[in-house]
Design a protein around this ligand. Structure first.
Ligand code: ATP
Ligand code: MG
Length: 332
């Protein structure tokens, strides 16, 4: 079976609906068909300073949400990046084979430093695509499920793999980006032309996996809608209503056309009330299961330790080969 690998940063207390529908739901499907590795990139999270106790909690919370969302730690390899030291070790090799110009062309760095300026950013934020290349290449995956915004980083990983293989001999498999279909793209409820994102300005635009039923209903009720009163799908003219329709459609399995027919002549309020029910019905059980898992952190930590051991057995083999190829003297 082919192998895939993916991860989501533990940079907030909860994953949001975009992370769930755009990533997690696909992962859960993929674990049936692939040898799947899912990890929690905590080393990426510290490219921006995190309060230590919060980071620890967020890693556990992310793990709990992966599992509650359907990742089966028996079937898939679920682990925390910092538990597998080979990530940092291979990252150095990747950093040393990346040109300054090449690294400077990464658009994520430009986006993430657009506000504060590059001088205020950590060097880690600049080199994080090389750590990401190491994350990927260590496991020799065939595919890397990522959003459109991460495509350039997978491309870099491919280039670095190719360069290493060419210079030192065949070592890494060249991974393919697996990009999900457009339908899974979810937009901010308060600002429906921007994608729903952990780093959003207002928390009211995010539907979080760990939100209470009341929070979900309230956020949907106050979602920005568009001029007019007609319920139809039109991303340009009606981004707010279109986003609500697409969330509704993905979660309920009803097509957009069916929904539009069903809500003909009804008001935005009707759509919102029904959508809140649909979201609560879907996310409520995931939240409850995550909270149950979080009540036993020792058990969760034990699961993650098992995952790290499985991951390490693969990663250490790749690293040993890369160290040898590059000419490092064996430690004896
Ligand atoms: P940040 O703002 O810190 O970049 P994020 O909310 O964009 O956070 P990521 O950790 O960058 O989340 O992404 C994790 C996964 O979730 C990726 O596969 C990404 O493509 C997917 N994803 C993120 N936001 C959305 C969205 N609004 N709709 C669909 N998929 C999304
Ligand atoms: Mg992102």
């Amino acid at each position: 079976t082919e192998r895939v690998l993916s991860g989501m940063q533990p940079s907030a207390d909860s994953l949001h609906l975009g992370n769930y529908l755009g990533a997690l739901v696909n992962w859960v499907e993929m674990q049936e068909r692939y040898d799947a590795f899912f990890f929690i990139p905590d080393m990426h999270a510290i490219t921006v300073a995190q309060p230590p106790e919060e980071l620890r909690q967020r890693v556990r919370r992310t793990a709990a949400q992966y599992i509650a969302g359907g990742i089966d730690p028996e079937r898939s390899t679920l682990f925390v990046q910092s538990h597998v030291p080979e990530h940092a070790q291979l990252a150095w090799l990747m950093i040393c084979s990346t040109g300054m110009g090449e690294a400077s062309r990464m658009t994520q760095f430009k986006d993430k430093t657009a506000k504060g300026g590059a001088d205020a950013a950590s060097v880690g934020l600049f080199t994080y695509p090389m750590l990401q290349a190491a994350d990927i290449l260590l496991y020799q995956p065939h595919g890397v499920p990522v959003g459109e915004d991460q495509k350039q980083h997978v491309e870099l990983a491919r280039n670095l793999a190719q360069r290493f293989n060419h210079r030192y001999g065949e070592t890494f498999r060249l991974p393919e980006p697996y990009i999900p279909a457009e339908g899974a793209r979810i937009y901010d409820l308060q600002n429906p032309t921007a994608k729903m994102s952990k780093s959003a300005e207002s928390p009211n635009g995010l539907l979080n996996l760990l939100d209470t039923d009341q929070q979900i209903a309230k956020k949907i009720k106050s979602a920005v809608t568009d001029d007019g009163s007609e319920i139809r799908f039109d991303r340009e003219a009606k981004p707010g209503v279109s986003n609500l329709l697409s969330i509704y459609s993905v979660l309920s399995g009803t097509t957009i056309d069916e929904l539009v027919a069903e809500y003909e002549g009804k008001m935005y309020g009707h759509l919102k009330v029904d959508l809140a029910d649909v979201v609560v019905a879907k996310l409520g059980p995931v939240r409850d299961r995550a909270e149950e898992l979080l009540r036993d952190p020792a058990e969760l930590d034990a699961l993650l330790a098992k995952g790290a051991a499985k991951a390490r057995s693969v990663a250490s083999e790749t690293l040993a080969q890369a160290y040898d190829r590059i000419g490092f003297l064996p430690a004896g």
